[in-house]
Design a protein around this ligand. Sequence first.
Ligand SMILES: Cc1ncc(C[n+]2csc(CCOP(=O)(O)OP(=O)(O)O)c2C)c(N)n1
Ligand SMILES: [Mg+2]
Length: 279
Amino acid sequence: MKTHPDIKALKHLNLSIKVETTKALLHLGYGHFGGCLSITETLACLYGHYLKHNPQNPHWPERDYFVLSKGHAGPALYATLALQGYFETSLLKTINNNGTQLPSHADMNLTPGVDMTTGSLGQGISCAVGMALSKPEKSTYCIVGDGELQEGQCWEAIQLAAHKKLSNLVVFVDNNKRQLDGFLADIQTPFNLADKFTAFGFQTLAVDGADITAICNAIEQAHNQIDKPTAIILDTEKGQGFPSIVSIASNHHLRLDASTRQAIEADLSSLEKQMEELV
Ligand SMILES: Cc1ncc(C[n+]2csc(CCOP(=O)(O)OP(=O)(O)O)c2C)c(N)n1
Ligand SMILES: [Mg+2]
């Protein structure tokens, strides 16, 4: 897309995604709060501006592809899809229920707007490379987790993408420094992710993953690259935007007790105020 992004609108969309995701998980009483909240800025930039898509026709042949390789962040994607008009936001209350269209992890056979089933870490990015290879006329965007990159399969896919010069592929790394059971630095250091992607033949860009303008600029730089795929390393916080969640060391999957719920609700109110101020 050649037009300039409306940054204020994208900021508003980002806050709306955070609010809807969190409300849905508060309703459920548990979920992957941390990893959902670290990618909402990127989802806002993609769905609010760069991704070619059509909520009225999810299988529109000319659409771009998006693959949420860290499929456990499904609820953030569902909130985004609902806000874009793929389905009613009321459906978000059914996340993870029996028979739902919105399972905890992304499923292309159940949810309108989801193009790849994910959840088994490492497989989404591998599929994204295949999708980019098969459709050079489209852009394929993929979000992968930093812990997920411990899966060796990721690096096979990354190497193939560079070998095939897939300049239509943009891989976002959600570098929130935490995996399921703690900090990557303690469990298995990723060393320098930017250096690794560069060594594997990617254009590599490092940006503040909370900065909508920086993410937009990086996506545009990716579009200008003609013979390499791009990795955008997002410096994020697990639970981004919710101090109550960021401060919980083990915030991968929360089951809410009364005091945690109260703290999250307080952050939610402050985000809703920020949204009003943006209008
Ligand atoms: C192959 C595989 N192994 C283990 C899991 C269980 N699992 C789900 S999320 C997760 C941690 C992923 O960490 P990261 O990629 O950093 O995700 P984020 O921090 O964004 O939540 C693990 C181990 C899985 N889904 N798939
Ligand atoms: Mg992580």
